[in-house]
Design a protein around this ligand. Structure first.
Ligand SMILES: Nc1ncnc2c1ncn2[C@@H]1O[C@H](COP(=O)(O)OP(=O)(O)OP(=O)(O)O)[C@@H](O)[C@H]1O
Ligand SMILES: [Mg+2]
Length: 270
């Protein structure tokens, strides 16, 4: 498993030189990015990431590793201090979230991802207020994927279960017909049945042509559905490889999959 350098293949692939070689022609890529919230405190440092057209890429790692920070940085919610982000070969390093939405990037945050006092239909309208004339057409597509959203369109999102709210959040992001969808812990806190539904839906959304980046606490399940995965630790991508290879990497198993598998999960009323 180990190379002459003592690094596993997944560790080698996370090295900057390998990243630069493999990320050639990627749809979305982040090169050597540093970002953080407070002045002088970097959460991501020298972080590399790429997503190819048509892929589902998973990001796993311990609590506080910077997974949500990476998604927020890709989506323009946190400024990039060093390094570069590009989408389809165009530099988007300083682009703001509302611009990225019009460029085909959708984002579902980890928490507070629905408007609880609005109905399902109104939540969907919020998702497409930039192109409100297309509401009916897009709502039909999204309700085809999540029938509950059509059936219960007049129900307030706050009255829904955790699993149902997650559908609203994903549906809202899909209203703008994104080519890239960033999902932050879509299965967190859901009952096993709803968790599985989330992964099945992600596969369907991906099959419909949407490339997906998925941060997940359910690491093994995530690596099963992903084309590739990254293990993020202390703001850096420490390992990257195909899902099965990461699940079989002895260091990844020892350091991350064991720990993550033991992480307590509290269903949030689904
Ligand atoms: N708004 C914020 N202001 C300051 N620091 C923050 C903020 N949000 C997150 N952090 C810090 O950034 C670090 C990374 O947090 P982040 O939320 O990206 O981790 P994560 O990998 O998503 O963790 P989790 O698995 O718990 O969701 C943590 O040390 C956290 O305390
Ligand atoms: Mg997080």
């Amino acid at each position: 498993m180990s190379s002459g350098t003592g690094l596993t293949p997944a560790e080698l692939a996370a090295q900057p030189e390998e990243h630069n070689r493999l990320a050639e022609g990627a749809l979305l890529r982040a090169d050597d990015i540093t970002a953080g919230y407070l002045p002088g405190v970097d959460i991501l440092s020298a972080c590399n990431f790429f997503l190819r057209q048509g892929e589902i890429v998973g990001i796993i790692g311990p609590n506080g590793a910077g997974k949500s920070t990476l998604l927020k940085t890709l989506f323009g919610l946190i400024p990039v201090r060093k390094g570069a982000v590009s989408l389809d070969g165009v530099d988007i390093t300083s682009a703001k979230a509302h611009v990225l939405v019009t460029r085909g990037v959708g984002y579902v945050p980890q928490t507070q991802n629905v408007f609880p006092s609005l109905t399902i239909e109104e939540n969907m309208q919020m998702g497409i207020y930039l192109r409100s004339k297309k509401f009916g057409e897009r709502f039909d597509v999204v309700a085809g994927l999540f029938p509950l959203l059509g059936q219960r369109r007049k129900v307030k999102a706050g009255a829904l279960s955790g699993g149902e709210r997650q559908m609203v959040a994903m549906g809202r992001a899909l209203m703008m017909e994104p080519s890239v969808l960033l999902l932050d812990e879509p299965s967190a806190g859901l009952s096993p049945m709803f968790q599985d539904q989330v992964f099945v839906r992600c596969k369907q959304i991906n099959a419909a042509g949407v490339s997906i980046i998925m941060v997940e606490q359910n690491a093994r399940r995530c690596l099963q559905v992903c084309d590739r995965g990254y293990v993020l630790d202390q703001g850096r991508n420490a390992y990257t490889d195909s899902g099965p290879n990461l699940m079989n990497d002895p260091k990844v198993v020892e350091l991350y999959l064991g720990t993550l598998a033991g992480r307590s999960e509290k269903p949030r009323g689904s």
